[in-house]
Structures are given as C-alpha cells and as structure tokens.
Design a binder for this molecule. Structure first.
Ligand code: SF4
Length: 341
C-alpha cells in the first residue's frame, strides 16, 4: 500500500473536484472536556470527544460524517463552526485561521457559517410567529429589514412553502415544513458553509426524502457547501459527495460516496454497511455483527480504538495507533491492514 500520511495531507491527492476552492480546512482538530471534580478529591478525567480530525470541505460539496451515536459527530460539527474553543488543531475558513479567535473576532464570520439542527420544533421559539423568527435571524446577521424581507420572499420560493406559513407558529406546521423553514433561516445571510446535524432523523421516512431532495436542489441552485451529519449510511449515500466515517472521535475512513459504498476498506465501515437491509431477497449479503464493548471516550484504549470489536484485530492493533493510508485517489483509511511493511 501507499506511504503513510495524515488525512489532511492526503487531500492533495483527492479525485477531481475541479477548481473548487476549499471552504473549510481542518487539521488535527481536538475537543476535550475535563470531567470530575478535583475539589472533591477525585482525579479529573478527560473526555476526548473529537480526537485529531483532519478534513477539507470544498465549495459546493456535501461532506457527510457518519457514525454511531456518541462518536463525536455533533461536537465535530460545532468545532468546525468554532462554537467553542478548540483544545488543539488548526481551522481555516475560506483561508482565514479561526483556530484561536475570540468571540468578538469570530462575530463577522458567524453569518457565513450556519447550522441546522436535528429537531425543528426545538430550534424555533414556540411562541414566535415564523416570519418574526426569520426576521430576527436576519437582524442578528446584520441584514437590513428591507434586505431580510426580500431574502425571506426569495427563500420561501426556494423551499417551496407559501408565504402564509410565515404568519403561523411552529406547532401549527408539520416537522417537514418546519425543517424547510429552518433551512431558510440558515440560508438567510447567504452562508458559505452550513453544518446540518442529523436534519432528517426526527422526521417521518416519507418526509425525510422530501428534505433530502430539498438539500440536493439547494446544492444545485446555490452551490451549497455543507457538513451533513447522520448516523444512517443510507441517508448519506444519497446526498453526500464525500463521506467521512467517524469512530470514537476520529475519522477512520474518508472516500467519495460511491467509492466508500462499493469498496469500504475499514472494518468498521464494512460493519456499518453490512447493517443496511437488503434491497432484494436474492441479494447475498453478510451481516457483520460487532462484538465487544464500545470503549469510553474517557478511557480510550491504546492502539486502534476499534480493536476490541474488530474481527481482524492482531497484537499490533492493540499496541499501535494506525495512521491514515491512501487506498485509492481520495480514499483513505486508518487501519493496520493497509499499512506498508
Ligand atoms: Fe481492525 Fe486492526 Fe484495522 Fe483497527 S487497525 S480496524 S483493529 S484491523
């Protein structure tokens, strides 16, 4: 196999992404939380929510981050928006280093980096008319009332909802309608980057498809650049250009979506894909059942964090942390099965 590189270095060998500029360039991002209370005589422990993630998101690209609950996906999304101080790592947004900027210095960047949350009902004030909620978002982003009104009108057409919805309150709308408005609110200041954190997980399956189609349309119409977080492989398959598979705070495999689904390299990715139901009764498919306990992010094992559940684990896996290795252009996996020599 190829020489050892970090995922960030390997990005220079990405498959053709045209001349798309890099919007988000993250290198070695870490977010640790200190747990416990040293005053009570207990030793503090460190929860490693994000443990050295490197990735690049190009203009017009939807980068999917997929993994089990608690693997650090949401923390990663918030870290890329600099919603809190990073423990370590470098974060460039449109070439500007945001890694250590303070709250005030980050303010001009806020309108250009937006977020859509999982539950549309809890992301709006239940007492507020939706038109007022959007107008308020425009004001916070520094838009004039005139520009906000014009932009809301434009976006209502894009999300295909009638203007009269703006007169209603959140509980009067369905989850799908409200999530459309959540996207409109995020798009109001014409952001350069959106983090969508499980935006369809709280919706009925039939409505999920409508929102995914909306995201595909937005991408085409607006060259939307997005980090799309999900725990469902089937969801990311349909809308993402590139997928990063996350396990216990780290991205263990990155590849173009088609490549990841046809040639998954990391044993964890293989297990996730094996859990997708067959599309035809005659389809031959091996279900890989993960044995062993999911380690705690407070007490990460030495070596490969997946070793306790991996059917290919050897002694070296338990001792040495695998580095990311190039599998094919744009496809990298951190696993000893692919390490040189
Ligand atoms: Fe499995 Fe070893 Fe690869 Fe980890 S490094 S995924 S334990 S084979």
């Amino acid at each position: 196999m190829e020489s050892k590189k970090t995922l960030a270095q390997s990005e220079t060998e990405k498959p053709d992404k045209g001349n798309a500029s890099v919007i988000v360039d993250a290198a070695g991002i870490k977010k640790y939380y200190t747990m416990g209370n040293s005053f009570a005589g207990k030793r503090n422990k460190t929860l490693k929510a994000v443990n050295g993630v490197s990735l690049r998101v190009h203009e017009g690209e939807i980068f999917g981050v997929v993994g089990e609950s608690g693997c650090g996906k949401s923390t990663l999304g918030r870290a890329l928006l600099r919603l809190f101080p990073l423990t370590e790592g470098r974060l460039l947004f449109e070439g500007k280093d945001l890694s250590s900027l303070g709250r005030r210095e980050l303010k001009p960047y806020r309108p250009r980096m937006q977020m859509v949350f999982q539950n549309p009902y809890s992301s709006f004030d239940q007492r507020q008319r939706l038109g007022d909620a959007l107008a308020e978002a425009g004001k916070v982003c520094g838009l004039s009332r005139e520009n906000t009104d014009a932009r809301i009108k434009e976006l209502m057409e894009v999300i295909r909802l009638p203007d009269e919805m703006l007169e209603r309150r959140p509980q009067e709308l369905s989850g799908g309608q409200l999530q459309r408005l959540a996207f409109a609110r995020a798009l109001l200041p014409a952001p350069r980057f959106i983090v969508a954190d499980e935006p369809v997980s709280a919706l009925d399956v039939s409505v999920q498809a409508q929102i995914l189609n909306l995201i595909i349309d937005l991408k085409k119409q607006m060259k939307l650049t997005m980090l799309f977080i999900s725990h469902e492989m089937t969801v990311v398959e349909h809308i993402c250009d590139t997928i990063g598979v996350m396990y216990l705070g780290e991205i263990v495999e990155t590849a173009p979506a088609g490549e990841l689904f046809s040639h998954p390299a990391h044993p964890y990715t293989q297990a996730l894909l094996s859990s997708i139901p067959k599309t035809h009764p005659d389809e031959e498919k091996e279900r890989i059942v993960l044995s062993g306990e999911l380690p705690s992010a407070i007490d990460l094992p030495k070596g490969c964090a997946f070793a306790g559940r991996c059917r290919y684990a050897t002694a070296v896996c338990r001792e040495k942390k695998p580095e990311a290795v190039k599998i094919s252009p744009g496809h990298h996996a951190a696993c000893h099965l692919y390490q040189a020599g």
